[in-house]
Design a protein around this ligand. Structure first.
Ligand SMILES: Cc1cc2nc3c(=O)[nH]c(=O)nc-3n(C[C@H](O)[C@H](O)[C@H](O)COP(=O)(O)OP(=O)(O)OC[C@H]3O[C@@H](n4cnc5c(N)ncnc54)[C@H](O)[C@@H]3O)c2cc1C
Length: 410
């Protein structure tokens, strides 16, 4: 490779994580490229479908510092409290925004709405070149740059950067091409998602309910609706998807109970196979792997994107610090700093989410007793409850500048 690469940072994947990174890095004198397989605004882009995303309070702070929150706020339903319980048993715990002295523990917004906001902001970023629709076909890394071969329409081009970021999702082509080992298993469960309307107002409470066949979550949405994330065993999936709306509401009511009264209306249903995946390395020479490409989680605790946006915030810190110091932004020491920073949190959140999904899918009596005592202990010990709430809000550990609500370079 002769001469300097055409980009400082080239991001592969314009899903919620890659698009957020491009926006956060914009305005700091970097030449940024963003390669995405789908055309901007294509309603078929799977990352921007109708699933409801619970954004933690910490993610709101990051979006605020990126100046995208004001556009989202009007459509984001606040979560004032989270109620966690074990169906038919005594254990439960209750987290509240008031107790944590924050305006909300989190906010619910659809991925589609979030995509609309991110794309709108990207269009305003003159230093971000959106290369879409374009498919990455090959990747390589060398001492001074990393590159991808991209098919764009009828032509194939090579693009090079000082830093290449793989934000290409759970089935990351780049991670696979680099043969980065992963820790991966399927849960034998799928998430069925739909919007439903209960008779009683949700009062901005999110519910996490653990049942013997897997967890269910109910998130508050606008117009009195709730977003359902219902975990079902794979062998039951076809049956649940084939139910008519009335039978679906009845079956879900049986799982969830009557805390919100009767469920009267159901929207369109979609399903997602559930697996845990963690890349065993998050950096390689001139390459960083972030978001779902680095970690794909069970959605029950609503942590996947929240973890990904914290990858973004940390990477922005180390890259802009390097730039400020006139150092090589894709150098090994910069990438190592990023990897070391993210390692513990990525591991802990993956372990906690996986533990919850397994522990609370286990019907054995002794396991059930233990988890109920655990929930009760969390509820009775304010310190434990506070720790759980801070974790759920993404406010634990060392926070990057964006995570503290500060401008990316300050
Ligand atoms: C049912 C469900 C509910 C969820 N609820 C929550 C929640 O409440 N809170 C939360 O925080 N998280 C939640 N998540 C997780 C969250 O949706 C993901 O963590 C997030 O969408 C990951 O974004 P990403 O940008 O890393 O990956 P993706 O959205 O997968 O984006 C990857 C992008 O890369 C592009 N791409 C891939 N390969 C190539 C290639 N070769 N060339 C060019 N482009 C390519 C794709 O087109 C895509 O646009 C949920 C997930 C599910 C399934």
């Amino acid at each position: 490779m002769n001469g300097s690469p055409e980009y400082d940072v080239l991001i592969v994947g314009g899903g919620m994580v890659g698009a957020s990174l491009a926006i956060a890095l914009s305005g700091h004198g970097l030449r940024i490229g963003l390669v995405e397989a789908f055309a901007p605004g294509d309603p078929g882009q799977p990352g921007y479908d109708d699933r409801a995303i619970a954004l933690a309070y910490g993610s709101r702070r990051i979006f605020q510092a990126m100046q995208v929150w004001s556009d989202l706020e009007g459509d984001a339903e606040p979560i004032d409290a989270i109620h966690v319980s074990d169906r038919g048993h005594f254990g439960f715990t209750h987290l509240s925004a008031e107790e944590e002295q924050v305006p909300a523990l989190g906010y619910v917004v659809t991925a589609r709405r979030l995509g609309h906001t991110l794309l709108g902001r990207l269009r305003e970023c003159a230093d971000v070149e959106l290369i879409a629709p374009a498919q990455v076909l090959a990747v390589d890394s060398a001492t001074h740059s990393a590159g991808v071969r991209v098919r764009r329409g009828a032509e194939e081009v090579e693009l090079r950067a000082r830093l290449l970021v793989a934000a290409d999702g759970g089935k990351s082509f780049i991670r696979e091409q680099l043969q980065i080992p992963t820790q991966c298993w399927a849960y034998g469960q799928s998430a069925v998602v739909a919007n439903i309307t209960p008779v009683r107002p949700h009062r901005n409470v999110a519910y996490e309910r653990f049942t013997d066949s897997g967890p269910v979550a109910l998130l508050p949405m606008s117009e009195g609706r709730c977003a359902v994330v219902w975990t079902v065993r794979d062998e039951d999936l076809d049956g649940v998807m084939a139910l008519d709306d009335a039978a679906f509401l009845k079956a879900f009511q049986h799982r969830f109970g009557y805390r919100l009264g009767r469920f009267v209306k159901a929207g369109k249903r979609s399903s997602y196979p559930l697996a845990l995946l963690r890349a065993r390395e998050s950096v390689r020479q001139r390459i960083a792997i972030i978001g779902n490409a680095a970690h794909t989680l069970h959605p029950i605790a609503g942590q996947g994107f929240n973890l990904g946006i914290r990858d973004v915030a940390a990477l922005v810190d180390v890259v802009l610090d390097a730039r400020h110091a006139e150092a090589d932004i894709g150098g090994a020491d910069v990438l190592q700093r990023y990897a070391a920073w993210r390692e513990a949190e990525q591991r802990n959140v993956a372990l906690a989410t996986d533990g919850l999904a397994r522990l609370f899918s286990n019907p054995l009596g002794i396991v059930r007793l233990g988890r109920n005592l655990g929930l009760l202990a969390v509820d009775l010990l304010p310190g434990a409850r506070h720790g759980l709430a801070r974790g759920a809000m993404g406010l634990l550990g060392r926070l990057p500048r964006l995570g503290r609500g500060l401008a990316p370079e300050s």
